[in-house]
Design a protein. Structure first.
Length: 244
């Protein structure tokens, strides 16, 4: 990917936004950032390694002093349902054409946007409903890193709110490690220099998100409705570019 100076400024602003969402909500950086990045240029396979590097870096920092505030029991209970679907999703990401993956990402994001606008809660406390959401979330996470809302829907029903964000950070770290390992195995190009260059700007968003996390959670419905409306517009523009 080749970018103009204006593109670089826009990309930097998007990564500030991704860092802000990741810590402000505890999830959703890829969901709310990847569609924007693809409007600038490239496909999911171009941006996901960069987002993955950042997620490993910042989740590692967040967890350095918080490993005791993790629900290890439920994490171990849920992983057998998530990991096989995750691996299948990664295989799809690597093997499918970039145009197909771009359409999939915009379609998944549009679905999430509609659920946020209508305040539709995806939730299942136990049984096969929860397992299905875990498997589907794992698969979507494998294809695009956009499976977080489905996984969070199950985790928040089974984990104490004080342990939720840190448990999710551990989950994201594991899932992204699998994806990055697959990228290295099949020689997917990873622009390490570009990734490292963007860490400071993403760090700015990360820091601000930490500061306003409680306020965002207190206004969760309004925040998601506003973001859902913006995402619908972004997805329509992105799909139009691909189709027409």
């Amino acid at each position: 990917m080749v970018f103009t100076p204006v593109d670089i400024v826009i990309i930097s602003l998007i990564f500030i936004w991704i860092g802000f969402v990741r810590t402000g909500l505890g999830f959703g950086g890829a969901v709310l950032g990847l569609p924007l990045l693809m409007l600038v240029g490239g496909s999911p396979i171009d941006w996901l390694p960069i987002i993955g590097i950042h997620l490993l870096f910042f989740s590692g920092i967040a967890l350095a002093r918080s490993l005791k505030i993790v629900d290890w029991g439920y994490l171990k209970q849920s992983l057998p349902w998530i990991l096989p679907a995750k691996i299948i999703g990664v295989i799809g990401l690597i093997s499918l054409p970039p145009t197909v993956m771009t359409v999939i990402v915009y379609s998944i994001t549009s679905f999430y946007a509609l659920t946020w606008i209508m305040n539709f809660q995806i939730a299942s406390r136990r049984g096969w409903g929860s397992r299905l959401l875990l498997m589907l979330g794992g698969y979507i996470s494998g294809t695009s890193l956009n499976g977080a809302p489905l996984l969070v829907a199950v985790y928040m029903q089974n984990i104490d709110v004080k342990r939720l964000r840190n448990t999710l950070f551990v989950l994201w770290f594991l899932l992204v490690t699998i994806k990055m390992g697959a990228f290295l195995m099949v020689d997917v190009y990873i622009n390490w220099q570009f990734s490292l260059m963007l860490i400071p700007v993403a760090g700015l968003g990360h820091f601000v998100g930490l500061k306003v996390h409680d306020q965002i959670i207190d206004n969760d419905i309004q925040f998601k409705r506003w973001m859902g409306s913006a995402l619908i517009v972004i997805c329509i523009v992105g799909l139009s570019k691909v189709i027409f």
